[in-house]
Design a protein around this ligand. Structure first.
Ligand code: ARG
Length: 459
């Protein structure tokens, strides 16, 4: 039995049902659906469409259906095409014909739009916390290794000395922007479509403001045609999720490279690694590879929904049912990935000696150019001169710090004995002490700021 069979003489083709049915994935909306219906029953009572007694029976019945879903005893029957149909069908079995009054003035179009928003608002709260926990793990690890120096890379080539903590904290800020961006998605999600009906609005004068307050929405939709079709907030969420995913992927990629034998800067805990079925020595960074690899599907979900929305005529079209699997998978994926990323960072072992010994003197080439600048040589010129020095040292097979002074002076007379003081990685790092730089003093200030933000996030 379907909700719409009155108009139909025959049955639908079983393959059509297979295409049409969404209960196997939208059943997770049951709590939101029941919550929305309980609020709607109250609204119907307020305008006198049902008696207080009928409302109470509806509410009790809906709570019973919810409990069946909770306990896994809910029995799916033929015709339960989606969660809304299934809940209503069961309600009828439990409380009789009065169940048929619940849908007065309501359509599954405004119902599903309301349910999905309620569901997403709940899930976003969970993701927000998971994100903040990862940020916390990053700050803790950065504090534990605040002074460790490593080569910083651009183009994956040694560039300039960097504090490990400074590198790690770079991810704090990416995630901080994600954290802040999520409030924009919450704002656009917290709009109540209920009371829009199928597309034209509600003819029974229900109090939508009161309904919205009851359901915890910050406002009501302003246009019923827009309200039943608006999935912009799902697009925004998927875009948000894709960006979080890409940040996780980038973090994973750094750690995968650095955990290789050749680098050995970090070691992944066994809890986040797996072995090889063939090579006994292997400890593979699978957790990180999955954090990287899930990017494909997350970007795909965003593109998939955008493509489904493109060219839709106005108000509700069944194409919109395609919003859910993408959204649910994005939510599930991030809910698993964020705690994994947090665990990886918390348990990560850092090999500070390997980082220090990996540094080539050439990472101080910029400092050498800055040395000449401080002696009055214009930077463009000093850049070229140091390039020559590096080339000389290369030709002689000497590290820069062992290149004799005469060789330096042959390039430029401004080089004097004190040039050798440049060859100190710590000094290089300490020099970059302006706000946002890698100097320990600047990183300490940065960590202070992260604490302020995390405290604000926890409140
Ligand atoms: N399962 C549908 C969806 O996800 C519910 C809305 C159905 N509305 C309709 N007019 N057939 O969009």
């Amino acid at each position: 039995m379907t909700l719409w069979e009155g108009r139909f003489a025959g049955d639908s083709d079983p393959v059509m049902q297979q295409l049409n049915d969404s209960l196997h994935f939208d059943r997770r909306l049951y709590r939101a659906d029941v919550q929305g219906s309980i609020a709607y029953a109250a609204a119907l009572e307020e305008v006198g469409l049902i008696t207080p007694e009928e409302r109470d029976r509806l509410v009790a019945g809906l709570q019973h259906v919810c409990a069946e879903f909770d306990s896994g005893t809910f029995q799916v029957k033929p015709g339960d095409e989606d969660v809304h149909t299934a809940v209503e069908r069961r309600l009828g079995e439990l409380i009789g014909p009065v169940a048929g009054k619940l849908h007065t003035g309501r359509s599954r179009n405004d119902q599903v739009a309301t349910d999905l928003r309620l569901y997403l608002l709940d899930e976003m709260a969970v993701l927000w916390t998971a994100l903040a926990e990862l940020q916390e793990a990053i700050v803790e690890k950065a504090e534990a290794y605040l002074d460790a120096i490593m080569p910083g890379y651009t183009h994956l080539q040694q560039a300039q000395p960097l504090l490990f903590s400074h590198w790690l904290l770079s991810y704090f800020w990416k995630l901080q922007r994600d954290y802040e961006r999520l409030s924009g998605v919450v704002e656009h999600t917290s709009v109540m479509p209920l009371g829009s009906g199928a597309l034209a609005g509600n003819p029974f004068g229900i109090d939508r403001q009161a309904l919205a307050r009851r359901l915890g929405f910050s406002r009501v939709s302003e246009n019923s045609v827009d309200a039943v079709s608006d999935r912009d907030y799902v697009v925004e969420f998927l875009a948000w999720a894709a960006l979080v995913q890409i940040h996780l992927s980038q973090l994973a990629e750094d750690l995968i490279i650095w955990s290789s034998h050749e680098f050995g800067f970090v070691e992944l805990d066994e809890a986040y690694s797996t072995g090889s079925s063939l090579m006994p020595q292997k400890k593979n960074p699978d957790a990180l590879e999955l954090l990287r690899g899930k990017s494909g599907r997350m970007v795909g979900h965003l593109m998939g929904l955008l493509a489904a929305l493109k060219g839709l005529p106005s108000s509700y079209n069944k194409d919109l049912q395609e919003d859910k699997e993408a959204l649910f998978d994005a939510v599930d994926t991030l809910k698993t990935e964020l705690p994994v990323a947090t665990g990886v960072i918390r348990t990560l072992r850092v090999n500070t000696e390997r980082m220090a010994s990996a540094m080539d003197d050439a990472v101080l080439a910029t400092d050498l150019a800055d040395y000449l600048v401080r002696k009055g040589v214009p930077f463009r010129q000093s850049h070229r001169l140091v390039g020559e020095v590096v080339r000389h040292a290369d030709a002689l097979g000497l590290p820069l710090r062992d290149l004799p002074l005469v060789e330096y002076q042959a390039v430029h007379p401004a080089f004097t004995e004190d040039v050798y003081a440049v060859f100190d990685f710590r000094r290089s790092v300490e020099a970059r002490n302006t706000e946002g730089g890698t100097a320990p003093v600047a990183v300490r200030a940065q960590i202070e700021r992260t604490h302020e933000l995390l405290t604000a996030e926890n409140n």
